[in-house]
Design a protein around this ligand. Structure first.
Ligand code: SF4
Ligand code: SF4
Length: 291
């Protein structure tokens, strides 16, 4: 099985549109799984009109205090980089549950064993299917911070589900940015499709996300969405790609069909079949790159 991550840095460049369109097109010839790893704002199920079913809950470890054993030394508060433990001299430590990321450093440092481990719910994993695409979708619980943890879990669960499913292709739709959730989306993938658009901010963010791709040593290519919006910047992206020997996988025009696709919750190739060839060509280029 090949794992292909769809990323790009800047939000709103069309990663989910590309991920769902490629998944639908791949599904014509291959058993395909689509992993929605944008845990903070998952919407692949909406783009594919999938009513998701809950698969499992994602938990994060958090500390629990036994104040009988606590000597009020304050070491747990000193070690916590998240400032999730507040300590005042001669008082028991106070825990700010929402700020905790579950690193367990406080548990390790407590000299009296007053801190043990419990857990809190931080997200949900869902599954669903439409257009022959098997979706595994992650969703961070509102107000929680650890989206990287939820993405790491959806990656684990998608591998587990795939043990039975035996998909040929796994398309992973990553979150925007270059932080923990994106790193958790890109790790262990065979190819990275970096989606961008012809704007200065998109090019800036593209360079940052490609730095990550290089760090992981993962093969990658650039896909320019809305390429005809700004010729100046479109040429700058092409120049950047040429200079850095990065293949351009395709150019997607800015058309109303893509807006209709989002509103009607249907893949663009089902709205207007003329885009089928466009996504087929992108897949063919990815296949050549994967050889
Ligand atoms: S490190 Fe342990 S003993 Fe010290 S204040 Fe924290 S809980 Fe209490
Ligand atoms: S588990 Fe880590 S983040 Fe949470 S309170 Fe302990 S030291 Fe702080």
């Amino acid at each position: 099985m090949k794992k292909i991550a769809i990323t790009g840095g800047k939000g709103g460049v069309g990663k989910s549109m590309v991920a769902t369109s490629l998944a639908v097109e791949f599904a014509n010839n291959y058993k395909t799984m689509l992993v929605d790893a944008d845990a903070e704002c998952p919407n692949d199920h909406l783009l594919l009109s999938i009513k998701r079913k809950k698969y499992t809950t994602v938990y994060q470890p958090i500390p629990k205090w036994d104040f009988v054993k606590c000597t009020k030394c304050g070491k747990c508060a000193s070690i916590c980089k998240q400032n999730a433990i507040i300590f005042a001299k001669d008082k028991y430590p106070a825990f700010v549950r929402d700020a905790c990321i579950g690193c367990k450093a406080c548990i390790a440092v407590c000299p009296t064993g007053a801190i043990t481990e419990t857990k809190k719910e931080i997200g949900t994993i869902y599954t669903g299917k439409n257009y022959n695409v098997n979706l595994v979708s992650s969703e961070l619980k509102l107000g929680e911070l650890a989206s990287g943890e939820v993405v790491a879990e959806v990656r684990k669960y998608s591998d587990k589900i795939n043990e039975k499913m035996k998909a040929d292709i796994m398309v992973i739709d990553s979150a925007p940015g270059i932080g923990c959730p994106v790193i958790a989306s890109l790790v262990g993938t065979d190819y990275i499709v970096a989606v961008t658009e012809p704007t200065p901010s998109a090019l800036f963010d593209l360079k940052r996300v490609l730095y990550l791709a290089n760090h992981f040593g993962t093969k990658h290519g650039i896909l320019i969405n809305k390429f005809d919006l700004a010729e100046n910047f479109y040429k700058k992206i092409e120049k950047f790609a040429k200079k850095n020997h990065i293949p351009i996988l395709g150019r997607i025009p800015y058309r109303k069909d893509f807006i209709s696709s989002t509103i009607k919750m249907k893949p663009v190739i089902k709205i207007n079949p003329k885009y089928k060839e466009l996504f087929e060509n992108i897949i063919n280029k990815i296949k050549v790159e994967l050889r």
